[in-house]
Ligand binder design. Sequence first.
Ligand SMILES: [Zn+2]
Ligand SMILES: [Zn+2]
Length: 381
Amino acid sequence: MKVFLFLLLSAVCCPARAAAGRQIAVRLYSLHKTASVTVEPANGGVSAAGRFLGGRGRVYARGSSVLLDGILKAGPAKNLRFSGTLWLSGSGLPRRLYKGELIFSAEKGLLRIINTVPLETYLAGVVSGEASDLSHPEAYKAQAIAARTYTVKYMKNHSGEGYNMCDSTHCQLYTGLGQISPKAQAAADATSGEMLLYKGEPAAAFYHSVCGGRTEDMTYVWPFEYKPYLISVRDGPPGLPYCSIAPGFKWKTKLYFTGLTRLARQAGWLVSDEEAHGLRISAWGPSGRAAELEIYTQRRRAKVTATDFYHGIGRRAGWQAVRSSFFKLLPGKDYVLLDGIGNGHGVGLCQWGAEGMGRKGFKYREILRHYYPGTEVAVHD
Ligand SMILES: [Zn+2]
Ligand SMILES: [Zn+2]
């Protein structure tokens, strides 16, 4: 009864605190395959498998069991639970600081690490990584609200796998707490509990690095349900977009047909004997971005959505080659030149545009209203 009353009271009187008290389970090193991790308490000691661990240890997988080795030994067990603040590192793994609860388990000889952490702590980590190039406090606040809303909206991204979010850009990049910037922490604190709402519910707060002058209507990028606030908006005065201050606002990439053939075969756009001889844009979105491309081969035109093209090339050749789907194509002899602007998918908040707006004196609520028309910022539990 007491618990029920407390929940009722907190829901009525303190929604900000209720939101701030939320926890999130994040899978760590989700893109790495690792069988062994070094754990090192950051502040003297941590709780490890119900005991005190005062120094370095090594957690490793054996089949579907995990073991702790070092001054303290534990396992084999189905899972090992740590709590406190600790550094993780290992061969091929970046050294990172985490706090909260960490549960290690194993599957087919590989480790699976789930970190349960307060949502606001996670958020400060995400914003530190996502906004690391930005400097204006209002841009940081806008980013914090977009990331908080995105997190709450997509909490179930991996629920079938036993956690909420992975730590890669598939969900949101989260590299722990070692690099938390004071600006990110200040923005998370200043906007505590605030979210971007559409008709009272958390919005699908997609964000990207540089729109290039105009954001894109979501339905031209992903075949998801239409969202009235994820439409194409012009990012600032004509000829002078807010995000034009971004380094690398414009880019050019030569795509040789030999390279395009290889990538297109790997991606399954072409079959093994087909060769790319040309590339053209066959449909555009309202922003001017490519929506669909055609690869010319010796016998047909293979259609590829611009989103598949952007992701397919990025995943195989790095994200610097084709930075967005906002480009013109200029034909060469054995290549095509992509003359592009912007960086990222172009949907929702433009991070560098937010920075530009901040520098021009706009406040974070105005920034968010600009990129997500029809939404409002309010505390939501
Ligand atoms: Zn994910
Ligand atoms: Zn922009």
